[in-house]
Design a protein. Structure first.
Length: 152
């Protein structure tokens, strides 16, 4: 279970993150502006990035993270996406949840109070120790990087 609380000044009438269909992997999260921006929202200019408040703080259980991912419709129709996709919310973070959006589209994009702006996906986390060595094992791929396995 993820514990959620509204941030100071947030509008509790804005819905908590919700799964919009029975098979949804991500919960939609909404813009939740403070009282001074609720009426007009913001406009995300072409090429502009903005940190959009969700009005929420989360308590994620140890061993899990929440990935902040773009909403496919916003990305496809408007070019609006998450700048650091997927963003990560660590289990020990208790600050305000902001959604970092960027507009790669051709037109300014208005964001209104309560608009769905991203999706949150819960994922398990494994931590592993790091061991310094002088050589690494060989593989068939070796050090082949970008595009080294072919186009198809």
């Amino acid at each position: 279970m993820i514990n959620v609380m509204y941030d100071a000044g947030a509008d509790p009438a804005i819905a908590l993150p919700t799964y919009e269909s029975a098979g949804a992997a991500g919960m939609d999260v909404r813009a939740n502006f403070g009282p001074d921006q609720r009426a007009e929202g913001v406009v995300l200019g072409v090429g502009q990035r903005l940190l959009i408040p969700s009005g929420l703080r989360l308590e994620i259980p140890t061993g899990f993270e929440i990935q902040v991912r773009p909403r496919s419709g916003l990305a496809y129709k408007h070019g609006v996406t998450i700048l650091n996709a997927p963003g990560t919310i660590d289990s020990d973070y208790r600050g305000p949840l902001g959604i970092l959006l960027i507009n790669h589209g051709a037109d300014p994009f208005p964001i209104g109070h309560g608009d769905r702006i991203a999706q949150l996906v819960v994922a398990t986390v494994s931590q592993m120790p790091v061991n310094q060595v002088n050589t690494l094992s060989d593989t068939a791929r070796g050090s082949g990087g970008f595009g080294s396995t072919g186009r198809e």
